[in-house]
Each structure stands twice: as structure tokens, then as C-alpha cells.
Write a protein that binds this ligand. Sequence first.
Ligand code: URA
Length: 215
Amino acid sequence: MRTLVVDHPLVAHKLTALRKETTDTPTFRRLADQLVTLLAYEATRDVRVEPVDIQTPVAPTTGVRLRKPQPLVVPILRAGLGMLDGMLKLLPTAEVGFLGMVRNEETLEASTYAERLPDDLSGRQCYVLDPMLATGGTLAAAIQFLTDRGADDITAICLLAAPEGCARLEQGLDGIEVPVTVVTAAMDERLNEKGYIVPGLGDAGDRLYGSAGSH
Ligand code: URA
């Protein structure tokens, strides 16, 4: 597994504003959207392209276009939905699949409650959107799900990550041959006893959507 912490002053600036407890929901959504677009720029550095001949108003030349099959973007419900628009700004032709996963707040184990994904993901580059890489259980389960269907290259985009989550994810990927990259805006200090990232930004789903969907 490759982990890339994006080191850019605009990323740090927007993340700081996201973290603040006084940042209201509309502002949080807008900042998350912008931050994802910045992270997506780094995350798509290895997106697959192919050469294409074109004609400019001046001369013929060769450029590149995204190779088929189009990349698949997979937000993990619910909080990953808040990252979808920011991602699609950079990859408007990507297909979108959905994976609903919930974390049991006592055991911290992740389970799948919904999925809307192609049965066959052979040859697909997948971009998984999950704002908080906390215990790593959700992301490990999501990546397992995608590789079981044949995905052959996976990049996870997370607003924040914790060292414990990265270590657990790495363990969870043991035996998975597919290359996995995690792109994040920051590697925070640790998890607290409730599995929250410290200093973190709180519950990403609640901050994006309010507490109506919390358990
Ligand atoms: N999920 C969140 O929304 N926040 C955390 O800090 C950890 C998991």
C-alpha cells in the first residue's frame, strides 16, 4: 500500500477551516468539496490514458484521452457522498457505484448494508471516497469488496487518516495483489477510545448531513 499525504498550503488551509468546530454545515460541505478536488488532482496522477491524434486550428498533433473502461468512483455511504461532486469535477466521465457501509460503534467492525456496483470490475481503476480513515475497517472491507469483483487498481481518497487505521488497512490488504494507494490531506496523531481521529474534525457524516442518519 502506498500512502500519499498531500503537502500543499491550500490543502492545509482548507483542512484547518474544516476542522474548526464553529464551521457550519454549508461551509463544511463547500470546503470538503474543494478539498476533494485538490486531493483528486494528486489521486488521478496515474489515471490510465491512451494516445489520440487530433487537429488543432493550426496543426495536427497527438494528445491523450482517458482510456476505456472509464474509471469507477465509489463513495462509501453516507459520508463519502459529500466527496462525490468534488471528485466528479475532475473526472466528469467517470462512472459512479455506491457502497453503503456502517461501522458498529461498539465493536468498530464494518458491514455492508447496500451496494450498487457492476458485477464485473475487471480492468477497472477504482477511486474510493471515504472521508475518515480511522480504524481502517470500513476501507479494508470496501477494498476487499472491489477486488473480489475484479478491480485491478484502487485509490482511496480520505480527507484525514490516523496511523492506526493505515496500519490496520495494510494488514487487511495482506494477500491482495492489487495496487492500493491512499491519498489524504493529513495524517493525524491517533484515535481516541471511541475510534475518532484526534485532533480530527469530529463525525464527518454529521458535519456534512446533520445527525438524522446517525445510529
Ligand atoms: N468517522 C468520523 O466521521 N470521524 C472520525 O474521527 C472517525 C470516524
